[in-house]
Each structure stands twice: as C-alpha cells, then as structure tokens.
Design a protein around this ligand. Sequence first.
Ligand code: ZN
Length: 145
Amino acid sequence: MADSGVRNEVMTRKLPLPQPGWDNHEFWEATQRGELRFQRCSDCSAWRHYPRPVCPDCGSTRHSWELASGRGEVYTWTIVHGPTLPVFQDDLPYNVVDVLTEEGVHFVSQVLDVEPEDIRPGLPVEAVFVPASEDITLVKFRRAG
Ligand SMILES: [Zn+2]
C-alpha cells in the first residue's frame, strides 16, 4: 500500500478520475481491495488489459478476473514537462510509464519516488495502490528490490 503521505495528498486533489463501467468495474473493485486483477481468457488463457468483452487472441467471450503479481518492469516511458492539466501543473516534470507486467500485460501508469534520469528500460517495479476518491484507487508503481 502507498504510504499515508501519498494517500492524503491525492485524496485532497480534484483529479480527473476513471469512470467504472460494464467492462472494467471488476478492475476498479479489485484495486480498492489492494488487488491488481486482469482479465484472463477462459479458452486460450491469454491475459489482457485494458478490460474488454472479447479475447483479442482467440475471439472468446469467456474470461475470469485473475490476480496478478503486481510485479513487472519498465518497458518504455516519457517525461512530461508540460503543458498539462492545471491539477498536474505542480507535478511537472512527471513520468508516464508503460510497465510490462509478469503476466505479459502492458499497463500505463507512473513510477513514484523516482527521478526522471533514474528511469530506464527493465527497471523492476511493483504495484502500489493509491486511493484517489471514495470509489477509485489508482494503481501506480515503485521500484522493486
Ligand atoms: Zn482467448
């Protein structure tokens, strides 16, 4: 879990937040429990993210929500120097990363507490859960051992 400083800072900001819907409400319910879950095809076993009704590998509409390890590595990233939304202005510069998870899923997020020059491909990271409202807990990452 994120430390209380991150939680308090995020909870007091008016962030643009995801709107859970038909395909992804299970994802957001899991993050509130501190779980990272991805859809996994019941026919070909392929993991996928973002959530969607049909497997892109085999076309199956059958899936389950499987618990992911929360571990992965930085696949690629960018450093945002602006312009950005006013709510993010004080965060500049900040990173946006594509994390390749152990399940083979690409997940766009952010690595906390890392300087832009310290981000590199293959950097091991692990998920942290950052409450952003009563209904939404964001998934971010931090460096792993
Ligand atoms: Zn499939």
